[in-house]
Design a protein around this ligand. Structure first.
Ligand SMILES: *[C@@H]1O[C@H](CO)[C@@H](O)[C@H](O)[C@H]1NC(C)=O
Ligand SMILES: *[C@@H]1O[C@H](CO)[C@@H](O)[C@H](O)[C@H]1NC(C)=O
Ligand SMILES: *[C@@H]1O[C@H](CO)[C@@H](O)[C@H](O)[C@H]1NC(C)=O
Ligand SMILES: *[C@@H]1O[C@H](CO)[C@@H](O)[C@H](O)[C@H]1NC(C)=O
Length: 451
C-alpha cells in the first residue's frame, strides 16, 4: 500500500539529501526521479510503466487477478520477458567515455556548477551489458508478482515437478535474469537451495541474428535506417546539439549525435542502475527528451518493427512456438495427460518488438519518419511503454464452459489483440485472426536468401 510520508518531513529530508550528496542515494520513495524519466525508451525502468511498484515492488493490481469467470480454469501461462536492467554495452560505454572526456577537458565550469566535479566515470569499455543487481531484482520481483497473480498455475507443485519450463537466450544477462526469476519463485514458495533447469535456445530467443534476410536487408544495411539518419541531422536534433553546447559552453561542432546520445545515456543509466537523479540529466529539458526518445523509437521502428516487413517476419519461429505450446497444453488437458503449466522465455527487446509487431500491436496509422516528430507525439509506438527493462508479454489460456479463452497482458496490463473486442477472446477467434501466419510464416521460407 502507498505509504504517505508527511510533507514537512519529506521536504526536510530532501533538502538534507541535496546538500549532503547531490542526489546520491536519494530515496526514490520521495520522488527523486528525473523529470525526463518517461522518455528513456528501452533504457527506461519498468517502474515508469507501473508507477505503483515504486512504493511496493511486490504489489499486484488486485482488479486483474480474478479468473475471467468462476467456471473458467487457467490451463497454461506463457510469458516472453526481456532481461532486467543491465550495464551499458561496450559500444555505448565508449561513447559515454568520449563525451565525458570532452566535458572534463572543455566544460569543467559546467561540471562544477552542477556538482559533478567529484563524479567518477565508472562505465568502462569492457562492459558488455551485464545484468546489474537492480536487473536481478526486476526479475525476482516479477516472478513473485506472477505467482501472486496466477496462483493456480505458478505453484510450488508445478515448479518442483518440472511443469514450469524455462527457455532463455544464451546471453549472460538473459541467463542471469532467468536464474533471478527462478529465485523469485523459490522465495514465493519458501524453497531453499534447489536449482531448476533452463534451456538455452537462441533459435527461438535470438531469431533476429539467425534470419539471414533480416541480417542482410536490415541489420547490416545502413539504408534501412535512413529515416533515423535524416532525423539525427534534422532541425529538432540540431536544436538539441546547440542547446547542449550552450549549456556546456563548448563550440557547436563539439556536440555530435553520438555526444548527445551519450549524455542522454549517462542520465538514463545512472537512474536505471543506481536510482540516482543525476545532474547529467540537466543537459536535457522535457522537449529535448521527447526528441531523443523519438530518435530511439525511429531506430526501433525501422530495425525491429513495422519499418520493414522482414523485421516482424523474422519472429515467425517464436510466434509459432507460442501457439504450439498453447495448443499442446489444451490437447494434453483434453486427453487427460499431465500438461506443462507455465513457459517462461527470456530474451531481448529485439525479441519482443518483432513478435508484438507480428501480432499487429502498437501500429500507428502513419509510419514514423524523420519529418513527422510533431504529429507523432500521440503515437502508440513508444518503446519505453512497450519494452522497458523486464518488460513481459503474458498469454494465459483458460478452459471455460463456452470453450478456450486467451488472455493477453503486456507489462501486467491488459492488452487487446487486433480485431478482438474483448481482453478475453475465444482462442478459436484469435487463431482465426492469425490463420495466415499460423499456416504460413515458415522461418526458412521467410529468412532464406536466394543463392
Ligand atoms: C489496475 O488495473 C485496472 C484495469 O486495467 C486499471 O484501470 C487500474 O488503473 C489499475 N490500477 C493501478 C493502480 O494501476
Ligand atoms: C577541447 O577543446 C580543444 C580546443 O578548443 C580541442 O582541441 C580538444 O579536442 C577538445 N577536447 C576534446 C576532448 O574534445
Ligand atoms: C551471472 O552473474 C554472476 C554475478 O554477477 C556472474 O559472476 C556470472 O558470470 C553471471 N552468469 C552468467 C551466465 O553470465
Ligand atoms: C537496404 O535497404 C534499402 C532500403 O530498404 C533497400 O532498398 C536495399 O535493397 C537494401 N539492401 C540490401 C542489400 O538488402
Amino acid at each position: 500500500m502507498i505509504c504517505k510520508i508527511p510533507r514537512v518531513i519529506a521536504l526536510a529530508y530532501l533538502s538534507f539529501s541535496l546538500t549532503c550528496c547531490v542526489g546520491e542515494n536519494a530515496d526514490p520513495l520521495l520522488g527523486d526521479i528525473p523529470l525526463i524519466a518517461t522518455h528513456f525508451g528501452t533504457k527506461g525502468r519498468y517502474e515508469e510503466v507501473n508507477t505503483y511498484l515504486i512504493n511496493d515492488p511486490l504489489a499486484v493490481n488486485e482488479t486483474l487477478i480474478r479468473l475471467p469467470s468462476s467456471e473458467c480454469s487457467a490451463i497454461h501461462l506463457l510469458t516472453v520477458i526481456r532481461h532486467g536492467t543491465r550495464d551499458p554495452t561496450n559500444k555505448n560505454a565508449k561513447k559515454m567515455t568520449d563525451f565525458y572526456n570532452l566535458v572534463l577537458s572543455n566544460a569543467s565550469n559546467w561540471l562544477q556548477k552542477v556538482g559533478l566535479s567529484q563524479w567518477k566515470m565508472w562505465y568502462t569499455e569492457d562492459m558488455d551489458g551485464r545484468l546489474v543487481e537492480k536487473g536481478r531484482m526486476d526479475h525476482t520481483n516479477l516472478a513473485m508478482r506472477l505467482a501472486k497473480s496466477f496462483p493456480t498455475l505458478v505453484t510450488e507443485h508445478n515448479l518442483r515437478n518440472g511443469h514450469i519450463k524455462f527457455v532463455t537466450s544464451s546471453t549472460h544477462r538473459c541467463i542471469n535474469s532467468t536464474i533471478a526469476f527462478q529465485r523469485g519463485l523459490k522465495k514465493s514458495f519458501g524453497i531453499e537451495g534447489e536449482d531448476y533447469d533452463y534451456e538455452v535456445n537462441d533459435a527461438l530467443m535470438r531469431f533476429f541474428e539467425k534470419c539471414d534476410r533480416f541480417v542482410v536487408e536490415v541489420d547490416k544495411n545502413k539504408s534501412a535506417v535512413v529515416q533515423l539518419e535524416h532525423f539525427l541531422s534534422g532541425p529538432e536534433m540540431k536544436r538539441i546539439y546547440e542547446k547542449m553546447a550552450d549549456r556546456l559552453q563548448v563550440p557547436y561542432p563539439a556536440i555530435t549525435a553520438d555526444m548527445a546520445e551519450a549524455a542522454f545515456y549517462l542520465c538514463a543509466y545512472e537512474f536505471a542502475i543506481k536510482t540516482i537523479n543525476s545532474p547529467w540529466c540537466q543537459l536535457f529539458d522535457d522537449v529535448d527528451a521527447q526528441v531523443m526518445e523519438y530518435a530511439g523509437d525511429l531506430k526501433h521502428y525501422w530495425k525491429k518493427s513495422y519499418g520493414h516487413e522482414i523485421n516482424s517476419k523474422s519472429s515467425c519461429v517464436l510466434f509459432r512456438d507460442l501457439f504450439n505450446r498453447l495448443d499442446q497444453a489444451a490437447n494434453d488437458r483434453r486427453s487427460g495427460k499431465v500438461y506443462e503449466a507455465v513457459t517462461v522465455q527470456v530474451g531481448h527487446a529485439e525479441t519482443l518488438i518483432p513478435l508484438l509487431t507480428l501480432l499487429g500491436l502498437f501500429k500507428d496509422v502513419d509510419p514514423l519518419t524523420s519529418t513527422n516528430f510533431a504529429t507523432q507525439t500521440g503515437r502508440v509506438f513508444r518503446s519505453g511503454r512497450i519494452v522497458p527493462y523486464a518488460s513481459n508479454l503474458v498469454l494465459v489460456l483458460y478452459d471455460c464452459p463456452e470453450g478456450l479463452r486467451l488472455e493477453t497482458r503486456l507489462n501486467e496490463q491488459p492488452l487487446m489483440l487486433p480485431k478482438m473486442d474483448t481482453h478475453l477472446p475465444l482462442f478459436e477467434d484469435v487463431k482465426r485472426n492469425y490463420a495466415k501466419l499460423l499456416q504460413g510464416c515458415d522461418q526458412k521460407a521467410v529468412c532464406d536468401l536466394p543463392e
